[in-house]
Design a binder for this molecule. Structure first.
Ligand code: RP5
Length: 181
């Protein structure tokens, strides 16, 4: 139950949360203070019926945990990792260095530099270890990108994505119609 996971995480309890024994996507973040941003990724995955796990892994506060998370992810069935971090945001890059699984980084908006620090830390990976980076705070797009990657080999997900895009289109058309009167 994802909602229960969120509540537990907000109470700063160190728990593993999962919607399935076989999560296809892992959502991790450096701190529970990232959860208000990262929960958007969970909501998107939930709406596409993609099983996922979500937890806190800090590169600098829990480096051993980051290591064991990254090296065991593939064995646990994880196909894509979404990693959110703020400031000197090294979590996505470090995780990508520990597993060949695709990693999508979410730069968290910070109070001092508005998240530009997070963005540059995540996006500027040197050649060899890629991290796909979304816009500052856009965890929803990270999840949508993960769904697209999975959908390339999953017809059901493919159909759901097509429906999702039709919904986006229809929403704009409705608004345009209203505006035009
Ligand atoms: C990073 O430091 C986290 O990803 C978070 O965005 C930032 C601040 O963490 P807290 O001090 O709020 O725990 O590791």
């Amino acid at each position: 139950n994802v909602k229960k996971c969120f509540n537990l995480m907000l109470n700063r309890e160190d728990v593993e949360c999962s919607t399935s024994d076989f999560p296809r996507v892992a959502i991790i973040m450096g701190s529970d203070s990232d959860l208000p941003t990262m929960k958007d990724a969970a909501e998107i995955l939930k709406s596409f019926h993609v099983p996922f796990e979500i937890t806190i892994v800090s590169a600098h506060r829990t480096p051993e945990r980051m290591y064991s998370f990254a090296v065991s992810a593939k064995e646990r069935g994880v196909q894509i990792i979404i990693a959110g971090a703020g400031g000197a945001a090294h979590l996505p890059g470090m995780v990508a260095s520990l597993t060949p699984l695709p990693v999508i980084g979410v730069p968290i908006r910070t109070s001092s530099l508005d998240g530009v620090d997070s963005l540059l830390s995540i996006v500027q990976m040197p050649k060899g270890i890629p991290v796909a980076t979304v816009a500052i705070g856009n965890a929803a797009n990270a999840a949508l990108l993960a769904v697209r990657m999975l959908a390339a080999g999953d017809d059901e997900l493919w159909e759901r994505l097509i429906k999702y895009h039709e919904l986006l289109r229809d929403t704009v058309l409705e608004k345009a119609e209203k505006l035009e009167g």
